[in-house]
Design a protein. Structure first.
Length: 371
């Protein structure tokens, strides 16, 4: 309901099953949307195509009453390839945030024993079209950046009696974020990867309209709104991954400066978010041709939305399975459970089960060599 909606960045690909880690992960069989510098791990003679989607079942509980909903969405569409030696690129489309709610509130009418119902609804969200570039400066060190065009709209309405109010906000922005990775060989069996990401604060360009309709008098009024500014917050994060040919262990930390957001509601404010994720990926079968991936992960973060001075904590666990389909192709399944605690008895609590499907296909392309 507040700000730009629920953030969905990072909920795609192989890293869903690994608890959301990805800042330090490198692989030639998936596109890492969390750190653009990981593109340099791709096979130089392949085009990598990726597509993913999810379905979620959510349960909301407050004051002993509960309701539920089922939602679904495409999570990622992308293609990655090597441009020239040491320069890799990817392009794609992914959601950034989503909004969807319907709430009925019964309020007493002063001087009477009756009540009046108000219906609050909202939908929409933001998506991004991106172009990623990564450069391999040495065998161990890579830098990358994403250039994104963010666009979308949110619609929020209130219906009370014969009067309805609808606010539509069109949002857009150009944005860039950055990443780096450094990998070293500890010995003949184990490697260690370090990763870092950064994104700066970017104000969204807003175009807001309000329409008021009175059904009893057939009157309609439309006006421009000038609400408080909205931003994509500054963030930075770091990750570490330890791997051999069978096992990958990884951990990420990310700080997001949501406190720059200003709320239009006196009961709602924003605070900076700290998120920690851990994950593991175990390979079985032939590790160099068609290995199966068994993934598990967990994470914890504080909510960036503060409701009535309550700061809930978010927890999640996940698991995944990656099934090889011919050499170099991978079908990944993931399941994720999320819960919220510490919000207090008068604040809504959320629980969510999500199921993810991700398809990664690689097409080998011949390259001529000039002598």
């Amino acid at each position: 309901m507040f700000g730009i909606g629920d953030i969905t960045v990072g909920e795609a690909g192989k890293y869903v099953g690994m608890g959301g880690v990805g800042i330090a992960l490198r692989s030639d069989n998936f596109l890492n949307g969390l750190n653009p510098s990981a593109l340099t791990a791709m096979d130089s003679a392949k085009f990598v195509y990726e597509a993913g989607a999810n379905v979620s079942f959510e349960k909301y509980t407050t004051r002993g009453r509960s309701s539920s909903s089922v939602t679904g969405n495409i999570r990622n569409l992308g293609i990655g390839f090597r441009v020239i030696p040491s320069w890799y690129a990817a392009a794609g489309l992914a959601p950034l945030s989503s909004m969807g709610y319907a709430i009925t509130v019964d309020q007493p009418v002063e001087g009477t024993e009756g009540t009046i119902s108000s219906l609050f609804e909202g939908n929409g969200g933001l998506s991004k079209v991106y172009l990623s570039n990564a450069f391999k400066f040495s065998k161990n060190f890579s830098l990358g950046f994403n250039l994104s065009y963010i666009m979308g709209s949110t619609t929020q309405s209130e219906v009370q009696g014969n009067t309805s109010i609808k606010d539509i906000s069109y949002k857009k922005a150009f944005y860039a974020d950055f990443g780096l990775q450094y990998n070293i060989a500890l010995n003949k069996k184990w490697n260690m990867n370090f990763g870092g990401v950064y994104g700066y604060k970017q104000q969204l360009s807003l175009n807001n309209d309000r329409t008021v309709i009175n059904s009893s008098s057939s009157e309609t009024l439309t006006e421009k709104l000038h609400p408080k500014s909205q931003f994509l917050p500054q963030y930075f994060g770091g990750g570490i991954a330890l791997n051999n040919k069978r096992l990958t262990l990884s951990a990420d930390y990310k700080f997001t400066q949501w406190s720059v957001m200003v709320s239009d509601n006196s009961s709602v404010s924003y605070c900076d978010q700290h998120a920690l994720n851990i994950g593991a990926d175990l390979l079985s079968g032939e590790s160099f041709t068609n290995p199966w991936h068994y993934m598990i992960g967990a994470g914890v973060s504080n909510s960036y939305v503060v409701l009535k001075n309550k700061k809930p904590m978010n927890y999640h666990v996940s698991a995944g399975l990656g099934i090889p389909v011919m050499t170099g192709n991978l079908v990944s399944f993931g399941v994720k459970y999320e819960s919220q605690a510490g919000a207090g008895t008068n604040v809504q609590k959320n629980q969510m089960f999500s199921f993810f499907l991700n398809l990664t296909f690689a097409e080998r392309t011949p390259r001529s060599k000039i002598y």
